[in-house]
Write a protein that binds this ligand. Structure first.
Ligand SMILES: Nc1ncnc2c1ncn2[C@@H]1O[C@H](COP(=O)(O)OP(=O)(O)OP(=O)(O)O)[C@@H](O)[C@H]1O
Ligand SMILES: NC(=O)c1ccc[n+]([C@@H]2O[C@H](COP(=O)(O)O)[C@@H](O)[C@H]2O)c1
Length: 275
């Protein structure tokens, strides 16, 4: 049973003083450092962090990880925040979200073939809502200079990353973040074209720190919304909201299209999103 262990992790996150970052699942005891990494390698290990509400984790989230693997990340972290800059917590509870994240990580560990770096994956918990606050406790967990963080996000979240409403002085506050971190950003239907995204990145003044990627289809997730078995939704269009609505409407075929099988099992078993 994972629940008592996850409960303890959540208790540490809300203790006084709180534990600002912890992992709850790691693919190996050496994570983020891959057991396959040659001893002669001196460059920092690049951890791609997908920070999300995971309410629930979708195949779009999984394909964002795969897109990050293609731009050269060495390790992956699915990160749940106990605080969000905007949202309160509705839907699944934190333990259920961590269980679904672990199910996604275990799937990568046992099934991922094309993007082998994705098998070097972990699940973690942060108390911080803003990316600039999340970064330092993660970096502090490893010997200085041995890891580098790349934050994976969609176009919608990148817009919010630079939104002045979250800062006293957005440029001054973000400068230390970009000294230590990169961003890997994917376009997202409904949030502007790829050109608009590139323009936005240029205007941010941090274009050398932002890699633009695209979610692409793989053999097992053929992209054709028109196909009856794809239930009218491409990977790119998937969101946690689509899944929550599908579960509420008991459209289990659509849920199955949008989430990995072990995640669907948790949703069904726990009756998540049914009301
Ligand atoms: N289909 C997608 N394409 C590109 N980026 C995505 C996609 N789905 C999620 N993301 C990105 O993944 C990160 C975490 O996503 P988030 O938890 O907000 O998922 P969501 O599906 O948008 O959730 P919700 O529907 O509950 O608002 C965000 O940076 C978001 O932009
Ligand atoms: N400016 C920022 O640092 C910023 C902006 C938007 C979302 N976030 C964080 O990103 C994560 C995912 O957010 P959503 O689930 O709201 O998309 C949350 O932890 C949220 O707090 C941070």
């Amino acid at each position: 049973m994972r629940q008592p262990y996850l409960q303890q992790a959540l208790a540490k996150a809300s203790a006084n003083p709180p534990k600002p970052f912890q992992t709850t699942f790691t693919a190996s005891s050496s994570w983020p450092f891959s057991p396959d990494r040659p001893a002669s390698t001196t460059r920092p290990t690049r951890i791609a962090v997908l920070d999300s509400s995971f309410n629930p984790p979708t195949k779009a989230h999984y394909h964002l990880l795969k897109a990050a693997a293609r731009v050269g990340c060495d390790a992956f972290l699915l990160l749940l925040a106990t605080n969000n800059v905007d949202k309160g917590q509705t839907g699944a509870g934190a333990i259920e979200r961590l269980e679904m994240m672990e199910a996604m990580a275990a799937h990568a560990l046992t099934h991922e073939k094309e993007d082998s770096a994705l098998r070097n994956i972990a699940v973690g918990l942060t108390i911080h809502a803003r990316f600039m606050d999340k970064a330092q406790p993660i970096l502090d967990s490893y010997q200085a200079g041995t890891v580098q963080l790349s934050w994976i996000m969609g176009h919608d979240t990148m817009t919010r990353l630079f939104d002045p409403k979250y800062y006293n002085d957005v440029h001054a506050d973000m400068a230390p973040f970009f000294e230590r971190c990169n961003v890997i950003c994917s376009s997202r239907p409904g949030y502007g074209s790829r050109d608009e995204m590139m323009q936005f990145v240029k205007q941010s003044g941090h274009s050398e720190k932002v890699a633009l990627v695209e979610i692409v289809a793989t053999e097992d997730t053929v992209e054709e919304a028109g196909r009856p078995e794809n239930h009218g939704v491409e990977i790119k269009e998937m969101s946690s909201t689509v899944v929550r609505n599908a579960a509420r409407n008991k459209d289990w075929k659509l849920v199955e299209r949008c989430v990995l099988p072990p995640v669907k099992e948790i949703i069904e078993r726990n009756g998540l999103y049914s009301v």
